[in-house]
Design a binder for this molecule. Structure first.
Ligand code: NAD
Length: 296
């Protein structure tokens, strides 16, 4: 393997350490404990695992964690009433509604009912607009984590050619906005893109967020490029269930200058950035200085 491994697990631990330090300072100097409320509707097993993990890590960095578990058949009115209550609760600085929601609930309506300044997932339409116009916003956690790793590896990203594969609202589009904000020349590729291999071959930075196991082979990667693999795909290999990314790691690592593994790359950064966003939201709510290096 020629490429440098970008260790998301170690980086996430460092981010959590910075968050914990800031939380300790807020408690000591300002008597404020940041609080994150997570709302889970229904019993989706993957969502339950994520929510448990978020709660545990929130407490570990010294913040308050409030978990609200609602029945799968909760009415939209009841869910909106809970969000309204959390919006008005001064001890709650961040609100996250775990997606996907059961089919009878309107996801856009629910997300847009969260107070934008408490929307630590960065999915509220106001935050999307603020990010798109280069203003201070809450930034979606997964792309924020990718940006932090890229900045850490390269310093400045200015002038680099970046290709983001995938145009989802939670990863692809905000990732492209962040790279643009850091003065990259950005291409967003998607399922209808023509000549995807040629598009990817131009890139100094490739961010793959597709959800197709190992679809990007090494020979699409420009020699020395940085590869950020967002994909999390569960496949069966050699009779075992394994996690793989959207990039064929072995062949890509032969050509890339740096690459994130799956697991242990982007994945751990997502919750670390959720904690970072919560402490940022708390500082903004109290007109206090924001932690450095933890926002876009
Ligand atoms: P999504 O399904 O919403 O979007 C996938 C995108 O890929 C679409 O925009 C589509 O146009 C594009 N696409 C599909 N087939 C393509 C093809 N053949 N060529 C080019 N583009 C193609 O997915 P998402 O929510 O953005 O997630 C993408 C992946 O990232 C998934 O594997 C998901 O599990 C993973 N993910 C990881 C984290 C994390 O914390 N690491 C967070 C969110 C998502």
């Amino acid at each position: 393997m020629a490429a440098t491994l970008i260790d998301g697990k170690a980086f996430a631990a460092k981010v959590r350490g910075q968050v914990a330090e800031h939380v300790a300072r807020l408690k000591e100097q300002n008597g404020i404990t940041p609080g994150l409320a997570v709302v889970l509707v229904g019993e989706d097993p993957a969502s339950q695992v994520y929510v448990r993990s978020k709660g545990k890590q929130t407490v570990e960095v010294g913040m308050n964690s409030y978990e609200h578990k609602l029945e799968a058949d909760t009415s939209e009115a009841d869910l909106l009433a809970l969000i309204d209550q959390l919006n008005n609760d001064a001890s709650v600085h961040g609100i996250l509604v775990q997606l996907p929601l059961p089919k009878h609930l309107d996801e856009d309506l629910v997300i847009n009912s969260i107070a934008p300044e408490k929307d630590v997932d960065g999915f509220h339409i106001s935050n999307v607009g603020l990010l798109g116009t280069g203003q201070k916003s809450m930034v979606p956690c997964t792309p924020l984590g990718c940006l932090m790793m890229l900045r850490d590896h390269h310093g400045s990203l200015s002038g680099m050619d970046a290709v983001v594969i995938g145009r989802s609202n939670i990863v692809g589009k905000p990732m492209a906005q962040l790279l643009l904000g850091d003065s990259c020349t950005v291409t967003i590729a998607h399922s209808r893109t023509k000549d995807l291999p040629d598009v990817v071959r131009r890139a100094d930075i490739v961010v793959a967020a597709v959800g197709r196991p190992e679809m990007v082979p090494g020979d699409w990667i420009k020699e020395g490029a940085t590869v950020i693999d967002v994909g999390i795909n569960r496949i069966e290999r050699g009779g075992k269930n394994v996690l793989v990314g959207d990039v064929d790691f072995a062949s890509a690592a032969e050509r890339a200058g740096a690459i994130t593994p799956v697991p242990g790359g982007v994945g751990p950064m997502t919750i670390a950035c959720l904690l970072a966003n919560t402490v940022t939201a708390c500082c903004r709510a109290n007109n206090l200085a924001e932690p450095e290096g933890l926002t876009a």
